[in-house]
Design a protein around this ligand. Structure first.
Ligand SMILES: Nc1ncnc2c1ncn2[C@@H]1O[C@H](COP(=O)(O)OP(=O)(O)O)[C@@H](O)[C@H]1O
Ligand SMILES: [Mg+2]
Length: 437
């Protein structure tokens, strides 16, 4: 019996389909991005193209070119045209864990017409979510994600390393969650106990560790969290007295930088000539409330001092390369004087699950009311999920990468030699153009 080439090709095709179907579930679980490229995306692409006409007709987005009224044999006839024309779409493009398709709007249509259809699109395309944006007049882009990026954030790629920028997780729309200290110089991270604050701080430190920055830690819970990175820290304060001293030194350093800028006529450290440049400083405070606990009269004086120093660093630091990252369960005025003023200086915000409305209000209320409501919907099971807002007031849900204490310790040890000694931080190396791009 002879087998023709066509039959062989057909058998080969069937074999590929069968193999694909049998490995798909396992591949999807273990290597979701590979699964998406090899199997998920081609299937979704076919689905999008095959369903487009029916879908847009049902949703009222397809329009008739001919008028709905015609004269047939001397009689005026009205009725729905048989084949309305769907809006034209381009070929769906492969994206990380999703796809993107551009739609040319019919005359008279606006992106608003499409806003109500995202649920139907999500359902028909069998994807996790569809978002819509319009960057060019007359077009909308539909961006679909195959799965929820916040379930277990994995970064399938590395962004180009830029100084003072850290990729700490994934955003709800599938993009990388970047904490960029050049954009927002100071950050406030709030959340109830075990909501994911320290894990986020660990992700941040792990990303900053290979960069030329001086990292300082203040952790009054016995240094339990930040001591993981001790090798990479230039100093770690684990008592309030140590914290007060460290902050006083940092204020002195900041003021010295200010003098330096003034003497050469620079408006910020970024404008200093290369040979005068200084390493950026990032001061990380975990459980900030501990800093403000007052038991005795002496405590009160020390707390007052700390509060003034923090505020001073926040006010001056942005232009002088001194950054604050402050994490705590609550950052309300009840902690002490100066806290509200400090909070106002912390433009970058992250709000994890909170136990009371007041805390979310403190973190996000002055930025956006919708963000506040979204923060209150984060559940106990969603550890590491947070609402984050940047300087532009835009907010979005995000989840940090789950960094284990061992990973954090290893990253710190690996880059320990980059920790400038303190006091007297070395100036950044002249050839190191990257530091103050
Ligand atoms: N992004 C995340 N993904 C998965 N689990 C997380 C994440 N962030 C935190 N967790 C879990 O939550 C626990 C508590 O997180 P932690 O950062 O210590 O909270 P906090 O500092 O707010 O008390 C961690 O031990 C970890 O198991
Ligand atoms: Mg913690």
């Amino acid at each position: 019996m002879s087998v023709s080439v066509l039959q062989l090709l057909w058998l080969g095709f069937l074999a590929v389909v069968l193999i694909g179907l049998s490995i798909a579930p396992g591949l999807r679980r273990t290597h979701p991005h590979l699964w998406w490229c090899l199997l998920g995306y081609p299937a979704a692409l076919i689905r999008v193209l095959l369903t487009w006409r029916r879908l847009t007709t049902n949703l009222g987005l397809a329009v008739a070119r001919r008028p709905a009224r015609a004269v047939v044999g001397g009689m005026a006839v009205r009725g729905d045209p048989l084949r309305p024309v769907p809006p034209r779409i381009g070929l769906p493009k492969l994206r990380r864990g999703g796809l993107e398709v551009t739609v040319r709007l019919h005359p008279g249509q606006t992106p608003d017409h499409y806003c109500e259809t995202v649920e139907a699109l999500t359902h028909t395309w069998r994807v996790h979510s569809v978002r819509l944006f319009s960057s060019e007049r007359g077009f909308v882009t539909l961006s679909a994600l195959a799965w929820d990026p916040l379930v277990a954030p994995v970064l399938p790629y590395r962004l180009r390393e830029r100084p003072l920028r850290a990729v700490v997780g994934l955003l709800e729309d599938g993009r990388a969650w970047v904490i960029d200290l050049r954009r927002a110089p100071h950050w406030l991270i709030v959340g109830a106990t075990r909501s994911g604050k320290s894990t986020l701080v660990a992700a941040l430190v792990k990303e900053l560790a290979p960069q030329r920055v001086a990292l300082f830690g203040i952790d009054l819970k016995g240094g339990m969290e930040l001591s993981l990175f001790e090798d990479r820290l230039s100093a770690l304060a684990s008592t309030r007295t140590e914290a007060a001293r460290l902050l006083a030194d940092l204020v002195a350093e900041t003021e010295a930088r200010m003098q330096l800028c003034r003497s050469v006529g620079a408006r910020s450290v970024w404008d200093l000539p290369a040979k005068l440049r200084k390493s950026p400083i990032v001061v990380i405070v975990d459980e900030v409330a501990e800093l403000y606990l007052v038991a005795t009269r002496d405590d009160k004086a020390e707390v007052g001092e700390i509060s003034t120093h923090l505020l001073r660093l926040a006010q001056l630091g942005a232009a002088l390369g001194v950054h604050l990252v402050i994490a705590g369960q609550r950052v309300g005025s009840d902690l002490g004087p100066g806290v509200t003023a400090l909070r106002a200086q912390l433009a970058g915000r992250v709000c994890h699950r909170v136990s009371d409305e007041g805390t979310a209000e403190m973190a996000l209320g002055d930025l956006n009311k919708d963000a506040l409501a979204a923060a209150q919907r984060i559940t106990l099971a969603e550890q590491g999920v947070a609402i984050t807002a940047d300087t532009d007031g835009q907010w979005i849900r995000a989840r940090s990468i789950h960094i284990t204490p061992e990973q954090a310790r290893r990253a710190a040890r690996k880059h320990a030699r980059l920790a400038p000694s303190w006091p007297g931080l070395h100036a950044a190396d002249e050839s190191d153009e990257g530091v103050y791009v």
